[in-house]
Design a protein around this ligand. Structure first.
Ligand SMILES: [Zn+2]
Length: 263
């Protein structure tokens, strides 16, 4: 599940593959950028902001553009060596190819692909709350934004990227299990918002640098989560069957005993 940690890792992959390189070709396979050609542009850096990817480029005249992409549930970037076969995903999912002398970056099933002047990045990511994995992570501001919606369920508030940027469904479910809070709890009734936010940050940070997402410390298949993806399986703490239901626009997983309802 691409969440803040996955996007952070992906930004590093692109940084290693392309930063400092002058592009020798580009191929956009989305209608809005079909005629765009980035040949000759230099990749300055690759960054992530919450779940958004920002590839910053400069042309010989020092104009600066940012290529924005979003992975949502199913997108991915892969870096290949020149001449290597592109085997990560089916070719029809390719949305963009960026070629450089040392590497080829291929973006699969990317969403919200857009090219904007770097000075106008905020038009795409300015609405985001504090970035859990950003150098400027601001937990106090994240708590303030969450608390501004006292009647929202904590399950939905944690996913709202305007409150804090980087938590997806997996970390939402896992954080609330570890805090013993039902996903349906209104924000105003969550005992310790600051502790909840701090835990979310720690879990994402712990998974930087690896592709297996684990909140349990266990990396083997089937052992990586407490509740996420474990419907009807026994709770690792109390043995009760884990439940799965819709909450807002997403499903949520929780243990009805370890995470009692509160008002
Ligand atoms: Zn339980």
């Amino acid at each position: 599940m691409p969440e803040g940690d996955t996007v952070w890792n992906t930004a590093r992959v692109l940084e290693r593959a392309l930063a400092g390189a002058r592009l020798t070709g580009s191929d956009f396979r989305v209608p809005q950028l079909a005629t765009t050609d980035l040949t000759g542009w230099t990749v300055r850096e690759s960054a992530s902001r919450g779940k958004h990817l920002l590839l910053r480029l400069r042309d010989p005249d020092a104009a600066e553009l940012t290529l924005h992409s979003h992975l949502r549930m199913d997108g991915a970037w892969r870096a290949y060596a020149p001449g290597e076969r592109w085997t990560a995903r089916p070719a029809h999912l390719i949305r963009v190819v960026l070629r450089s002398p040392g590497a080829v970056a291929v973006g699969y099933h990317l969403h919200e692909l857009a090219l904007v002047p770097t000075a106008e990045e905020d038009s795409l990511v300015g609405h985001l709350g504090p970035d859990l994995l950003g150098a400027d992570w601001d937990p106090t501001e994240a708590v303030r934004r969450l608390a501004a919606h006292p009647d929202a369920t904590i399950g939905e508030a944690l996913l709202d990227q305007r409150n804090l940027a980087g938590v997806g469904n997996l970390y939402k479910c896992e954080v609330l299990f570890l805090r013993g809070v039902s996903p349906w709890t209104p924000v105003r009734a969550v005992p310790d918002l600051a502790g909840t936010v701090a835990l979310a940050q720690r879990l994402l940070a712990a998974n930087r640098g690896r592709w297996t997402q684990s909140t349990t410390g266990v990396l083997r298949r089937g052992g990586t989560s407490y509740v996420y993806g474990r419907r009807a399986q026994p709770c690792r703490r109390c043995g009760t069957a884990i439940r799965k239901e819709e909450l807002g626009e997403r499903v949520t997983y929780w243990c009805p005993v370890c995470q009692p309802e509160r008002e």
